[in-house]
Each structure stands twice: as structure tokens, then as C-alpha cells.
Design a protein around this ligand. Sequence first.
Ligand code: ADP
Ligand code: ZN
Length: 372
Amino acid sequence: MEKQDFLDSFPFQLLCIPNEDIVRMHATSGTSGHRPTCGFYSQKDLDDWSYLCARNLGAIGMTKKDVFQNTTSSGLFTGGFGYAQGCTVLGAMLIPFGPGLTSRQLEFFKIFKVTAFHAIPSFGLRIAQVMEEEDIKKDDLYLKFAILGAEGWAESTRKTIEERLGVKAYDNWGMTEAYGPGPSVECQEQNGLHIWSDYFFPEVIDPKTGDFLSYGETGELVITSLYKEAAPIFRYRTGDITTLYTSECPCGRTGFIMDRIKGRQDDMKIIRGVNIYPSLIEEEIFNLSKFFTDIYLITYHTVGVMDTITVKVETRPRIDKNSAKKKLQRNLREATMLGINVIVSDPGTLPRQEGKAIRYQDLRDRKDKFNG
Ligand code: ADP
Ligand code: ZN
């Protein structure tokens, strides 16, 4: 199965139970196609999903003694409800705060002695930024754990969030077609994501040929749900690029482990013959976090007949733009073997985004539209 099957059978044709047995639906915003991708749940699906999210929270070390602030909205998207339910199954106190209002979120962190939160990684960085602006120290807070996901994030983002917020930050991967969050999470080893292998059977394929790859090889993640009732998925092409292993983890959990998602199949661009994932460029920007803020925009465009990449970044206050630019350009060339244009602007000048951040655009089929 693939995404197109969901879009073609929109909204109800993939259902395997009578409509009256559906107790919930969620949906994506529908940005990647014209139609949203819907998730439908029987009562058992909801119970299983809640339990999987509770497992995720347990795997990162949370117990019922924790106070958990959910910074994603308990609305149409799966992330908010998923962890609200998971937290309730675990028995920890839930604060369903929802997105945005970063200063107010931080006040809640203090007043209610919040020990754990769920967010998208870019909001984790936003919290760090507001702490800096408002001179809030990590020791003013009680945080221990962050569970982050729904978009790709680099190891350097983890370091930034962990250092500035005083937490351990854990990755978790999911998608609406597979309940939402819940299928996988990092344990306290922070060395790959455990896929709950009693609920999902994962495989990795070559995205071009569809051939199955061996464990340890990188390709597109394909998953089969083993218990979903309302809309099961069978050998579903996730579009996400990762590497799968069967090795056992020191934490004692067995089953499948995968690397953090490298990017989406459709994010990967071939620029002058080189495979480029935005995460590769991000990593280099974040490695120079002394010079640059966390906000950036990657543009793929065409100059004459050549595919070209331009990266817009902004410097931190009192940084010499020229030498910062040279450093980044050199590091990007080493990492990608491509010459990449870097445009450096003043602090605070690139647009801030709430929600899943849009960090790259492909204008290669719109040759006239990009002028730096
Ligand atoms: P969500 O609300 O979890 O983002 P969607 O169904 O809207 O659910 O999007 C699922 C997609 O989000 C995945 O296929 C993947 O591309 C991306 N995603 C989710 N979690 C992660 C993660 N931890 N790392 C990288 N990408 C992720
Ligand atoms: Zn483990």
C-alpha cells in the first residue's frame, strides 16, 4: 500500500469495519496531497493507540509521578490526543496546554513543576530561544524529559535542547496511517528508535526498485500493522528513509530498532548527481550555532541549466557576517561536495513559523521565481 491508496479511497473506502463501529477520526492537514489523510479508530484501536503512547512515555523513563505538558493541540492532528491518552494510561498528570504561547508555557512549567513535555522539535528550540530572551535558567525549571517528533531533527538540535532546557530529549516517530505517534520511540540509551514489534512489522525497501533491503541498509520504511481494525495498513510505504536493525538493546527491549529518520523520500533531492537531504545541511548550520540562529531556509533552484542550492541563515548578534558565511560555505562544501550559496541576514529577519516548520523549497520547475 502507499499514500495514494489513502487518497484514492478518500474518505471511507479503506474501512474494514462498519462505519457505526468507528469511534474517532483524525486527519493530517492535507498539505502533501489535495486531500487530508484520515485515520479511523475502532474502540480497540483507540485503546491500543493509548497503550502504545503510554509505552513510549514509559520507555523514556516517565512514571505516574511525572507532570506532563502537551504542547501539541488535542485537535485534528494525532499528536496531541495520542500523548494525552498515553499520559492518562500511564497515570501521570496531564496538562493539555496546546501549541504556541511560549512564555505562558514556560510559566506553567514553573508553577506546576512540569517534569516532562511533548513537542515538535522546532517548538523545543523555540522554548530554548524564549528562555534565553527572558533569562530563564534551566535550574529555574523542573524538567527531566522531552519527547519530540513529527518532523525530522538533527543530533545537534537534540544537544541544543538538552543543554538549554536541562532535559533528556527523545525522538519518536509515527504517522496518521499508523495510529499517529506510538509505533516507535527511543529508549534511555538514545541509540535508535524501538519499533513496537508486537504491533508492527517493519521492512526497508529500495525506493526506486521496491526491492527488499537487508538489515543495516538504508531505504524506505515499509510497515504492516498487526492489530489495527478500522483501517489496517499492509506493507505500507511510509516515504520515510531510515535503516532497520534487529540488534538487541542494552535496555533489554528486543525486536526492531531503526535509525532516526534521515528524511522523506520526497525530500531527497539529486543536485548535480549528489543525493541531498535537508537534514545534512541543517546539521552543518547547527554545528555553527555559535554564529547562526536555528532559523534557516533552503532553496533548490536553477541558475541557467544548473541545479543550485541557496541556504539563508541569520547570524546571532555581534557576529561578523562575512567570516561566518565563509565558515558555513566551507563546511557545506565538505559535507555535500557541492558549492552551496549562503545568504546571511541580520538576527530576527527570517520568518518564524508556528507548527511544523517549512525549511526548504524546491523552485527548480519555476525558473523565473527565485531571485535570492
Ligand atoms: P504527525 O502528526 O506525526 O506528523 P503525519 O501523519 O501528519 O503525522 O506525518 C507523518 C510524517 O511525519 C512521517 O511520515 C514523517 O515523514 C514525519 N515524522 C513523524 N515523526 C518523525 C520523526 N520523529 N522524525 C522525522 N520525521 C517524522
Ligand atoms: Zn533500548
